[in-house]
Design a protein around this ligand. Structure first.
Ligand SMILES: Nc1ncnc2c1ncn2[C@@H]1O[C@H](COP(=O)(O)OP(=O)(O)OP(=O)(O)O)[C@@H](O)[C@H]1O
Length: 604
């Protein structure tokens, strides 16, 4: 295989930003690793992978390299504080235990010659990590955070992109600080597995110990009583967070309150637990069985008795273009003006792009996603590399664990090829590359030689096939430079598109996702590369994502709210292609529209 075709670089138009190198641009140490460093790195990576993720909170997750965005020189595997695998937009605050990075990266600019990189590295100083950009909560976000800190039970909502997830992240951080002496006082849950994984928590069902939760509240309470761990969770919880509440059935909300009161022996709603609920009822509704009627959580009997304050966030952060914000708002309420309809129809054209990163196509069904990604993969000639996840956790029943881990964004088997379009599914420390960043696999390299001549010259052609995450599957290869036979795992080098139009190349190493109970018990965990194929994605998985380039065929959309979720992932009209636009597909639930008029907003 020729080096040039292997790199995948030829076809990418180099659109490096003109920014002069700064501490965030080229923060890595360009010194080639010495042989002893190389072998130490190899050992470290192997050990990290062999150990796999921790099985309880007492052990800490392994981070291959605490990057600070620097290329490793004499680093060792650092143990990072127990973190939640929350996948939220832009991370800020260097002490953020929720963000991690297992990647090494370097930005490129048109002037990024080796000497320029060295210069930049020198001028920034090796030991000074690049500071992530500061993000400040808006006035409305801050007010809600303060109320939560005081112990008020709140529900807050807001249209797509108003920073609900960002605020939730701050709330979790603040509550963890407040209850630092009893960490299991804060229960982090969500209505669905995917949403729960995104915040490093569990489903509300799993937390509550109620299985599917279809029985009467009394029967469920008895079930919980028989479960020592679930009983103890209910008793020890001081704050219960429920994310993506739009998908929580109203009857279940009432049952949860009754169970909490029964187990905690307290007649007050949820037995006195502070409740933090968030979500957008205009997005995906609860799953209704059979011909049943949708019952939203806000229709629950206990809703008003539980929630002391309700807020509607109004400042949209994801889209800056007011025209697009207005169109999405009309769509949200199902009241599109003829001007907006015409504009949406005009978006059927292909997205004007200067490179070969195509928009991510969103589909309602998973089968279509898999088909679309696979057919794109088949068009690539490069050799396919398989990355098999390492799954672990307290749940040893493989079927049960797989079911839980099906909600983790990272797949159990990731097939990649040079040239494959991928999406990063974890935020990086510097805030430049975030969950949702799109890029292209350039090549596969031995991390120990990444950025050196051996990497560039292709001394480590990717002969390696099989699970790079499983030590047993490592292949022996000949090190052409030193003529020694070593055991080497190869990992993908990906070139990502930055929001400013620049590019950043990054060596991507495995990360850990955990499904954790408030006690810190890791029910299940997955160690895998933080990448997925990104030619296509399901609308369900896209919930919560911010995407620069999106393509949606609305003729395939079938559920209320689905069109809104899909289109609102885009950051701008230029980056959105809409096929089959039909205003009849844009529907808001009348109950949600009526209820939304009762919400309190906070003037900025
Ligand atoms: N206070 C803030 N300052 C700057 N940017 C922010 C702020 N809050 C949120 N953002 C940015 O806005 C975008 C959307 O935020 P977020 O995903 O939290 O919105 P959301 O309301 O949860 O959206 P959705 O309902 O669509 O999932 C992200 O890129 C995030 O970084």
């Amino acid at each position: 295989m020729s080096r040039s075709s292997q790199s995948g670089l030829r076809s990418i138009k180099r659109d490096w930003s003109d920014k002069p190198p700064s501490s965030q641009d080229i923060p890595w140490d360009p010194t080639p690793p010495k042989d002893d460093v190389r072998s130490r790195r190899l050992k470290e990576i192997e050990e990290a992978l062999r150990s796999g993720p921790p099985s309880s909170s007492s052990s800490k997750p392994l981070s291959i390299q605490p990057t600070n965005n620097k290329r490793p020189s004499t680093t060792s595997i650092d143990e990072v504080p127990t973190k939640k695998a929350r996948q939220l937009p832009v991370s800020w605050g260097q002490d953020d235990p929720l963000s991690s990075s297992t990647t090494w990266s370097r930005d490129k600019s048109s002037k990024a010659s080796t000497s320029a990189k060295k210069e930049s590295s020198r001028s920034t100083g090796r030991d000074r990590p690049a500071k992530p950009p500061a993000v400040f909560l808006s006035q409305e976000q801050t007010k809600i955070l303060k109320l939560v800190e005081k112990g008020t039970s709140v529900f807050y909502t807001g249209s797509a992109g108003t920073g609900k997830s960002v605020l939730l992240r701050e709330i979790i951080r603040a509550l963890r600080r407040k209850y630092s002496k009893s960490p299991d006082a804060v229960a982090i849950t969500a209505s669905t597995g995917i949403a729960a994984c995104n915040i490093g928590g569990t489903t509300i069902h799993s937390f509550a110990g109620i299985g599917l939760g279809i029985e009467e509240a009394k029967v469920l309470s008895a079930k919980v009583r028989k479960n020592r761990k679930a009983t103890s969770r209910w008793q020890r919880t001081k704050v219960l967070i429920i994310d993506e509440v739009s998908m929580l059935d109203g009857d279940l909300f009432d049952k949860l309150s009754e169970i909490a009161s029964t187990i905690r022996n307290s007649p007050i709603p949820f037995g006195g637990i502070q409740i933090i609920v968030t979500g957008d009822f205009f997005q995906l509704p609860p799953v209704v069985k059979g011909n049943g009627q949708t019952k939203f959580a806000f229709e629950a009997m206990m809703w008003h008795k539980t929630i002391e304050r309700t807020f509607n966030l109004t400042k949209v952060f994801r889209q800056r273009d007011q025209e697009f914000v207005d169109m999405l708002n009309e769509m949200r309420f199902g009241t599109l003006s003829s001007k907006s309809i015409a504009k949406f129809r005009s978006l059927s054209r292909p997205i004007p792009i200067q490179d070969d990163l195509v928009p991510t196509e969103l589909f309602p069904r998973r089968e279509d996603v898999e088909r679309a990604n696979q057919s794109r993969m088949n068009l690539l000639d490069e050799k396919q590399e398989a990355f098999k996840a390492i799954d672990a956790g307290l749940i040893t029943d493989e079927e049960q664990r797989s079911k839980i881990l099906a909600n983790v964004m990272a797949p159990s088997l990731l097939m990649l090829r040079a040239g494959a379009q991928v999406m990063l599914i974890k935020n990086q420390e510097d805030g430049m590359l975030v969950n949702g960043s799109i890029g292209k696999v350039l090549r596969f390299v031995d991390p120990a030689v990444y950025g050196t001549d051996q990497d560039i010259e292709g001394a480590f052609a990717p002969e390696f096939v099989g699970s790079s995450a499983a030590t047993e599957d490592l292949v022996k290869k000949k090190d052409k430079k030193s003529s020694t036979v070593g055991t080497v795992k190869l990992f993908p080098v990906v070139e990502f598109l930055l929001p400013n139009g620049g590019r950043r190349e990054m060596l991507v190493l495995p990360d850990v996702w955990k499904v954790e109970l408030p006690s810190g018990e890791v029910q299940a965990s997955r160690t895998q590369l933080p990448l997925i194929l990104s030619w296509a994605m399901s609308i369900h998985k896209s919930q919560g994502q911010t995407l620069e380039r999106v393509k949606v065929d609305l003729s395939k959309v079938f559920e209320k709210g689905q069109a809104y979720v899909a289109l609102s992932r885009a950051t701008c009209l230029e980056g959105l292609q809409v096929l089959g636009f039909d205003p009849r597909k844009v529907q808001a639930h009348p109950k949600v529209v009526a209820w939304s008029k009762t919400l309190e907003t906070i003037a900025e």
